[in-house]
Write a protein that binds this ligand. Structure first.
Ligand code: HPA
Length: 281
């Protein structure tokens, strides 16, 4: 089957599961942040193996299901668990769910992740608005034969992270009494965490946080004309930083669990404050 056929079959599988459901936005939940899905009043739940174009999620703490339902007065499509490049998937496979969601009609997406803090003023447990990203070395998910279904071949990345959605997140943080950090997220392919030297490099280049997800999705979202909001939970300080001796997936998960309440409140409030679909500028 060619790509177009697979993606269109993916869209159909979602439509058939919830024929009258018009999505206002999509949300992708990062490592340890899956509990937001519990707050969704569910209309349909689709395990990824029931959606053509979605690969099984093999990462820890990534449930691997698409949840359609109501959250804070909006129709949301929540990916509880994402696909990562380090799982062995191609960049294209990692981002096909974004293409399917976009072809289905979603215009806005919230990408969340757990990330290592590189900025020396950050602390474990901080929440960060992603204002921009850096991706070096790893191939682009947009690489490949030109396909107009995916958007233009060459596309601008100046406002990959929507300024207006960023304002909404700041407002949500104020409302929740959350001290929101802001910064640049740098993509590393993983699955190994970075070396201290790589983290020093990242800081010199302008990164505030590092992680193994989000950037491929943000690139494809941009190509397909979606507005993106990115939010990182600083689950640990990055390698070699004062007090950081060993990064483990347990630390990442523990911070996720400890921050779940604040994270969910922030995202839920942002969803509530977002303008209704179709009315934003
Ligand atoms: N590095 C890369 N990815 C991560 C980290 C990190 O320190 N923490 C959580 N995801």
């Amino acid at each position: 089957m060619d790509k177009k056929t697979v993606l269109e079959a993916g869209v159909r599988a979602i439509q058939e599961a919830a024929p009258d459901f018009a999505p206002d936005l999509a949300i992708i939940l990062g490592s340890g942040l899956g509990s937001l899905a519990d707050r969704v009043e569910k209309v349909a739940v689709l395990p990824y193996d029931q959606i053509p174009g979605f690969k099984p999620s093999t990462a820890p703490y990534h449930a691997g299901r698409l949840i359609l339902g109501r959250l804070a007065g909006k129709n949301v499509a929540v990916m509880q668990g994402r696909l990562h490049y380090y799982e062995g998937y191609t960049m294209s496979e990692v981002t096909d769910p974004i293409r399917i969601i976009a072809l289905w009609g979603v215009k806005r997406i919230i990408l969340t992740n757990a990330a290592g803090g590189v900025n020396q003023t950050f602390a474990r447990g901080d929440l960060m608005l992603i204002t921009d990203h850096i991706k070096l070395f790893t191939e682009s998910p947009a690489r490949g034969k030109e396909n107009h279904l995916f958007g233009p071949r060459f596309f601008d990345m100046t406002e990959t992270y929507s300024v207006s959605m960023g304002h909404v997140l700041r407002k949500a943080a104020r409302k929740q009494g959350i001290h929101l950090r802001e910064g640049v997220y740098m993509f590393f392919p993983g699955p190994q965490y970075e070396t201290p030297a790589e983290i020093r490099m990242a800081r010199v280049l302008g990164a505030d946080a590092v992680g193994m997800s989000t950037v491929p999705e943000a690139i494809v979202a941009r190509q397909m004309g979606l507005k993106t909001l990115g939010v990182s939970l600083i689950s640990n300080l990055a390698a070699g930083m004062p007090g950081q001796t060993q990064i483990t997936e347990e630390e990442v998960a523990e911070t996720g669990a400890a921050a779940a309440e604040r994270f969910c409140a922030l995202i839920e409030t942002a969803v509530e404050l977002l303008p209704p679909a179709g009315t934003e500028e």
